[in-house]
Design a protein around this ligand. Structure first.
Ligand SMILES: [Zn+2]
Length: 75
């Protein structure tokens, strides 16, 4: 099983949001994760910008992809 198929519940990660996610934010905290590790936050269209900005200002955001293109092994 690869990519988005591994996710049962493609809901937005924003607090209190129940919308279906369309965007996956791939991120890595170098203090916690190996360099190649990718954590995933799912975001709806409305929250993709704010969640991406939250990760971006911390230098954690690596990539922004459609949920159908989440790489295998990310999470
Ligand atoms: Zn949302």
């Amino acid at each position: 099983m690869t990519g988005a198929a591994a996710y049962d519940d493609l809901r937005c990660s924003a607090k209190g949001c129940r919308a279906t996610a369309t965007t996956a934010l791939l991120w890595n905290n170098p203090r916690l994760h190996d360099a190649e590790r990718r954590k995933v936050w799912l975001a709806c269209a409305e929250h993709a910008e704010s969640l991406g900005a939250f990760l971006g200002v911390r230098g954690f955001l690596k990539e922004r992809v459609p949920v159908a293109e989440i790489p295998a092994g990310a999470g």
